[in-house]
Design a protein around this ligand. Structure first.
Ligand code: UDP
Length: 494
């Protein structure tokens, strides 16, 4: 049962700070917010987690786990008006949108949650201490103002990418440049960086999104602070610069994924896994430590079929053991055909293909994993950092190209596969080529012996240790969570 259905309105705030979390319903935004809910609750706060029926049923395992642990998190299910906004019934998550032109409808349907959410929160006595909402939910700022509650934003970006995004918006950099290939510089960015326009975040052209974007930016400027899923020892230069340049208080509370320490929540994260966990663990246990490469491109990126084939052939040529997640969206008939026509048979002794949703952190954090080929979504990237393994970067769109630069140039814990173009969300077929040789070379750079690879591994391991330290009692992120709860609690009581 969901507490909100039964007790909406009479949840008594027992003097603790009460946080309302409003995630964007896309895996890469919702998953870190579930971690955030857990961390805040474990540190003594009360949490209301806003969701919708379809998303709640996807998270059923997680909700059960939280109930079993007894953490004070209330899951508030609001009706999502999909059909009212031209979406199919039950289309309640970005990964269910069939065409990128419907993204605008989705965002507008989200904004229609304003009324029911306001009504729910108005009934809370005392009012909530703080709303932490996804940056896309600009309308939550109105609710916060009405309730006299601070609103903090969460973008899911790291400090490095947040800073670039901020400068792009502040200086209107993308509009000034016509040519997609023209290199853009970022005035005030603390280290050398230039990127073609096509690879900059915010360059996704979706019909009718301009006004929504404007609303989002305006409310970001007015928010009371920013919560980031990162930690100081990883990228303090960029976090501090962001604070200085934007004038916003930044709460670094990551890596939030590290709150998942028990095997049940590790396996249940995000969605119901499409494979048997016990079988997966058994298999990993049988592999040599550090010998396996894990390949996963997140929840939205949709790799073009010919690229999936090149990736597979490169993995085969590398002769290394691998676990490769091919999500539902990649299941083009030609890919299935190719897999079935010999590939799976040829690699069956050392390769596993997971079709659908994988228990990513369960696999990634297993000692058998020695490298991670990632699309550089920030969650995957920071999960890889926590695993202490080096990475092969294969960005597709959004701020993934920036995360690649952070990993390859700044942290120096990864190698690029050498993506030459951009695979915009919804325009998958246009992707520029990565060849099987590119893949094979990157895998061998990562997994083979040699000074460069050893150093990269050492640096990755070191960041992994620092990540763990940040969230342990007394660590920088753990302290920040305590301070955030104290500060917001004080505002409520005072
Ligand atoms: N994920 C997972 N299993 C999968 C695919 C993704 O658990 O099969 C998780 C992954 O661990 C991460 C999130 O989904 O927490 C994806 O977020 P990310 O920012 O990496 O990428 P996005 O999906 O937003 O592109």
């Amino acid at each position: 049962t969901f507490a909100s259905d039964a007790v909406a309105g009479n949840q008594k705030n027992s003097g603790r700070a009460h946080f309302v979390l409003v995630p964007l319903m896309a895996q890469g935004h919702t998953i870190p917010m579930t971690d955030m809910a857990r961390l805040l609750a474990e540190h003594g706060a009360q949490v209301s987690f806003i969701t919708t029926p379809v998303n709640a049923s996807r998270m059923a395992e997680f909700i059960n786990c939280i109930g079993a642990i007894g953490l004070p998190i209330q899951f508030v299910k609001l009706h999502f008006p999909a059909t009212e906004f031209g979406l199919p019934d039950g289309c309640e998550n970005v990964d269910m949108i069939k065409s990128k032109d419907l993204f605008k409808n989705f965002i507008e349907a989200c904004a229609a949650l304003r009324e029911p959410l306001t009504a729910h929160l108005r009934a809370q006595i005392p009012p909530p201490s703080c709303i932490i909402s996804d940056m896309t939910h600009w309308w939550t700022a109105d609710i916060a103002r009405e309730l006299g509650t601070p609103r903090l934003t969460f973008s899911g970006f790291c400090g490095f990418s947040s800073l670039v995004r901020y400068i792009i918006i502040r200086d209107n950099l993308l509009e000034k440049v016509e040519d997609e290939n023209e290199l853009i510089n970022f005035p005030g960015f603390p280290t050398p960086l230039e990127l073609p326009k096509a690879r900059c975040p915010g360059n996704l052209s979706v019909h009718g999104l301009d006004q929504i974007r404007k609303n989002i930016y305006e409310e970001e400027i007015r928010c009371s602070g920013v919560v980031m899923n990162t930690f100081h020892d990883l990228e303090d230069l960029y976090i501090d610069s962001f604070e200085q340049i934007s004038g916003k208080k930044v709460w670094t509370v990551g890596p939030m994924c590290l709150c998942n320490q028990d095997s049940k929540t590790v396996a249940a994260r995000g969605n119901n896994a499409s494979m048997d966990e016990a079988q997966c663990i058994q298999l990993l246990d049988s592999m040599k430590p550090g010998s396996v490469i894990f390949v996963s491109f997140g929840s939205l990126a949709c790799t073009a079929p010919h690229q999936v084939v090149e990736l597979g052939l490169g993995l085969e040529a590398s002769k290394k053991p691998f676990i490769w997640v091919i999500k539902a969206g990649d299941k083009f008939p030609e890919v299935e055909k190719w897999l079935a026509e010999g590939f799976e048979e040829r690699v069956k002794d050392r390769g596993i293909i997971i079709r659908g949703w994988a228990p990513q952190i369960m696999i990634l954090w297993h000692q058998a994993i020695g490298g991670f080929m990632t699309h550089c979504g920030w969650n995957s990237t920071i999960e890889g950092i926590c695993a202490g393994v080096p990475m092969i970067t294969w960005p597709h769109f959004a701020e993934q190209f920036l995360n690649e630069r952070l990993v390859v140039d700044v942290l120096r814990t990864g190698v690029e596969v050498g993506v030459k173009g951009v695979t915009q969300w919804g325009d998958e077929q246009k992707e520029a080529r990565v060849t099987r040789d590119d893949v094979e070379i990157a895998v061998s750079k990562l997994m083979d012996q040699g000074e460069a690879a050893d150093e990269m591994r050492m640096r990755a391991r070191d960041f992994g240790l620092k990540a763990t330290k940040a969230l342990k009692k007394g660590g920088s992120s753990s302290n920040n969570i305590d301070l955030l709860i104290q500060e917001m609690g004080r505002k409520t009581s005072g």
